[in-house]
Design a protein around this ligand. Structure first.
Ligand SMILES: [Zn+2]
Length: 128
């Protein structure tokens, strides 16, 4: 039986595939101390490999936050930022976390938000 292989170029996509059952085989780096730029994963369960699929626009958040993004380019509850100019928002209506990059905004899970914006969660928990 030959394993199916796939590659990703981000830690987040790698995490999503590992959560779906893929095994991380290797990380490629330019230099030993660099961030990995490519990840190789294998599907070792046989049968059909499970792929993570990006949500379409209409599957993200709720009508309220989608409409705010479309009409204002932001939603009211901005929680803060992180390296690279990414911003974290949370919809007051549905509770969805949104990550805004320099190019676009998309829904992320709370676990993903904690990974990119750990300081925002620490502050919130210290004040609780
Ligand atoms: Zn919403």
């Amino acid at each position: 039986m030959s394993a199916q292989l796939t590659k990703t170029h981000s830690q987040r996509d790698t995490d999503r595939l590992v959560a779906a059952g893929w095994t991380l085989k290797s990380e490629f780096r330019v230099a030993p101390n660099d961030e990995p730029y490519e990840y190789l994963l294998a599907w070792e369960h046989g049968g059909e490999a499970a792929y993570w699929r990006a949500k379409t626009w209409d599957e993200q958040g709720c009508e309220v936050c989608r409409q705010q993004w479309l009409s204002k380019g932001e939603i009211p509850n901005m929680l803060g930022g992180a390296n690279g100019g990414v911003l974290l928002y949370r919809c007051d209506t549905c509770g969805t976390f949104w990550e805004e990059t320099t190019r676009e905004a998309h829904e992320i899970t709370e676990a993903e938000a904690r990974k990119v914006f750990p300081h925002l969660f620490q502050e919130a928990e210290n004040h609780a």
